[in-house]
Design a protein around this ligand. Structure first.
Ligand code: DC
Length: 220
């Protein structure tokens, strides 16, 4: 039997990571972890507590009270904070979208999530998945630098802004990328050795096919 495979997918905002990862998780029976949704859930919780990213000391003080656990919903992992999954409508809303990059730039917020994210591989194994597909900004560079497959998804900013507009979501894609790529801790970066895929002129199916070939090769 082939061994458990970890696939890391990084890329900018609206680069197609989520749709691609979801489709691949279905095709290969992998657990899908969207780490952006984890940063969003933490942001929603901190905002709910009236905390602000420009006051990092109060944010740091609140972090130990956030207890993380995981709910597996089909092939998707959802993070629970103190036993509650923050609803999708809240984590995708404009307030969270506008603040998430600022909270994600606080090193202590990132380290609070580090071990939890690595532990998702055990969650996947325990639930009998054949692998883990984890998407984010620093998965191939920091969380799983030894992942069996590390990918970086590109798409030009115009194409990405168009995707968000079609979804009817307000999202300053380029500004979020600027913040995510210039922060000091674990910035958005094409990790050395990662495979760079430009999806500007590819549709979802074509991207999924391309990566499926790479996964099949790895699974042997
Ligand atoms: O993937 P997304 O656009 O939903 O992510 C929301 C934000 O979370 C993104 O702007 C930066 C942050 N993030 C991060 O810093 N590191 C990750 N691994 C995933 C997301």
């Amino acid at each position: 039997m082939s061994s458990f495979l970890i696939v890391a997918i990084d890329g900018g905002a609206a680069s197609g990571k989520s749709s691609t990862s979801r489709a691949l998780s279905e095709r290969f029976n992998f657990l899908h972890v969207d780490t952006g949704s984890y940063y969003r859930a933490i942001t929603a919780e901190l905002l709910r507590r009236n905390l602000r990213a420009d006051q990092p000391d109060t944010v740091k003080a609140a972090l130990p009270s956030l207890v993380f656990s995981t709910q597996v919903d089909g092939r998707a992992a959802r993070m629970e904070i103190c036993g509650r999954v923050v609803p999708e409508a809240e984590i995708r809303g404009p307030e969270v979208t506008a603040s998430v990059s600022h909270f994600a730039a606080i090193p202590e917020v990132r380290s609070a999530l580090l071990t939890y994210q690595r532990g998702q591989a055990d969650v996947a194994r325990t639930h009998g998945f054949r692998g883990l597909i984890m998407e984010g900004r620093d998965i191939g560079s920091v969380i799983f630098p030894d992942a069996g497959l590390r990918l970086f998804l590109h798409a030009d900013p115009e194409a990405r802004a168009k995707r968000r507009a079609l979804e009817g979501r307000a999202d300053a894609v380029a500004e979020r990328d600027r913040l995510d790529a210039t922060r000091k801790t674990a910035p958005l970066v094409l990790a050395s050795g990662a495979i760079d895929i430009d999806s500007t002129f590819l549709n979802l199916e074509q991207v999924v096919e391309k990566i499926s070939g790479l996964i099949t090769e790895k699974l042997g």
